[in-house]
Write a protein that binds this ligand. Structure first.
Ligand code: ADP
Ligand code: MG
Length: 252
């Protein structure tokens, strides 16, 4: 069974950035191979990682629909498996698979079902699965095994951000996702967390794993379109992230 790490949080809080740092931590600490899943249609995990995605699961699904399903000498399952494998991008120590765009307005059903179907098969090959999600976590709810060992809620350092993180934690429960542990990371912190904010985190029943500072080096990388996966060691965000990930994995 793989150890599944899933990112959640409202848009722009830094989920994808933190996912990239977490992936790097896993690889640098011998926790590989990792299957990285980009399950956010608007996401750019591959850009954060600095790799190219040729084909998404959504596109594969569309293509299959057009070609009318199976080929003569292939069952539908074999075809799906082949297509999913074609969507896998092999990188150093990890593979990446991207869900891509929904087919209709807001509908991920078919692409999700495809991934759900093969996640179980794929997961045998990877001790770690790292999923970057949309806030809604819709696709997570479709997985055959809805087990998430570690749900990482990412928030900005705002009052409303904390409330949103709490709601996402509740949503995971409503979606019947079996969460081993849910933790909060407050990202882009400039002035520490006020005592009032810390109190609110506790009041909302959230466990604070740590804070990641607003990092000028990261911002600079981002503004130049450089993949933040390759941040230099002096990046304060990277350093803070690594401390948090180390603690979380030691406790896993
Ligand atoms: N700690 C940080 N310091 C500076 N910029 C950050 C930090 N975390 C994230 N960012 C920037 O914030 C923006 C949103 O981050 P992103 O990871 O794409 O968020 P999300 O995936 O939650 O939508 C990006 O431009 C990213 O580079
Ligand atoms: Mg994102």
């Amino acid at each position: 069974m793989s150890f599944v790490i899933a990112m959640a949080g409202k848009g722009g809080t830094g989920k994808t950035t933190v996912a990239g740092m977490f992936l790097r931590y896993l690889l640098e600490h011998g926790h590989s191979p990792v299957l990285a899943v980009d399950a956010d249609a608007n996401s750019n995990l591959n850009e954060v990682l600095g790799i190219k995605v040729e084909s998404t699961v959504g596109e594969a699904r569309e293509e299959m629909k057009r070609s009318g399903g199976g080929m003569v000498d292939m069952t539908k399952d074999q075809l799906i498996e082949m297509r999913i494998n074609q969507c896998l991008v092999e990188a150093d120590g990890y593979d990446l698979i991207a869900m891509g765009q929904p087919e209709g307005p807001g509908c991920y059903c078919a692409a999700n079902n495809l991934v759900a179907h093969f996640m179980a098969v794929l997961s045998k090959n990877y001790p770690y699965i790292l999923m970057d999600n949309e806030a809604g976590m819709e696709h997570l709810s479709r997985l055959t095994t809805k087990d998430v060992n570690l749900l990482v809620l990412v928030s900005d350092p705002s009052w409303r951000g904390i409330q949103a993180a709490r709601r996402l934690k509740d949503l995971a429960k409503q979606l019947k996702i079996v969460v081993g542990r849910a933790v909060l990371i407050v990202n882009r912190v400039t002035n520490g967390l006020s005592p009032r904010m810390q109190e609110e985190i506790v009041n909302q029943g959230l466990e604070l794993a740590g804070i990641i500072p607003e990092d000028p080096i990261l911002a600079d990388f981002d503004s130049q379109g450089r993949p933040t996966f390759h941040l230099p060691p002096e990046s304060t965000a990277l350093q803070a992230g690594y401390q948090i990930f180390q603690k979380l994995l030691n406790q896993a």
